[in-house]
Design a protein. Structure first.
Length: 242
């Protein structure tokens, strides 16, 4: 992939955040990774979406050095780089960070998004985890890099990988989500917001019924819905044409 294509794909994904009502103001960013060059493209810091074009996609190497572009990259770039270094060999090619409303509600509450039904299970294997709060020294030090590190720590603690769990909610902050392309990472962000809203409604509704326990999805049903899309022998969708 050449740099022009990488920037255009990343631009389209960033603009899609607005179309899908996942961001307001400048509250979000998408990056894309090209395995052929080892470069990433990411939205420039603080650029308004209505003014954004491909020139606002800054291209960097995996050490964070600018390869092409005249704009300062997103302040979240060190987080993206930490995740790509860990995930790129597993096929992750796009990362999204937003402050989408309901996913951020769960992050601010410090509570995992519970897997309550098959809509959740179709995309995420199990509860979507919230990270621990960052320590004072982590915030005062390399904050954005340490945010990436705590995301990796969360996946390790939950004994899941980036393929089975494509999102982590950073405590008191918001979601970081990834996929096989920038476009897929946006899709996963949209699904995350949708199921976060449904889970919030479930919790609220159950509290209205005198603290009735929230029914969790059967493990067998969760396994079935995830694996029919992403597991061995997945059969959801159309078979590839040869």
């Amino acid at each position: 992939m050449n740099i022009k294509v990488l920037r255009e794909q990343t631009l389209e994904a960033n603009l899609d955040l607005v179309k899908k009502n996942l961001v307001i103001m400048t509250w979000g960013n998408v990056s894309g990774y090209d395995p052929e060059t080892g470069y990433i493209a990411i939205k420039a810091s603080g650029v308004k979406y209505e003014e954004m074009n491909s020139e606002h996609m800054t291209v960097l190497d995996m050490e964070g050095r600018i390869v092409e572009g005249k704009y300062k990259p997103s302040t979240d770039t060190p987080t993206h780089l930490v995740l790509y270094r860990a995930f790129k060999d597993q096929g992750i090619r796009g990362i999204v960070h937003t402050h989408s409303q309901f996913a951020t509600v769960w992050a601010q509450s410090g509570v995992d998004v519970p897997c309550l039904g098959t809509t959740h299970g179709d995309y995420f294997y199990g509860d979507i985890p919230v990270s621990r709060p960052l320590l004072a020294e982590e915030i005062q030090g390399e904050y954005e890099k340490n945010t990436g590190d705590v995301i990796l720590e969360t996946l390790e603690t939950k004994k899941t990988g980036c393929r089975r769990m494509s999102a982590v909610l950073v405590h008191s902050h918001g979601p970081f989500v990834w996929g096989d392309s920038p476009a897929e990472a946006v899709e996963h962000s949209l699904v995350l917001e949708y199921i976060s809203k449904m889970a919030y409604c479930n919790v609220t509704m159950n509290c209205s019924f005198r603290d009735k326990p929230i029914p969790r999805i059967q493990q067998e049903l969760a396994d079935k819905h995830y694996n029919r899309k992403f597991g061995p022998g997945a059969y959801y969708g159309q078979a590839s044409k040869t």
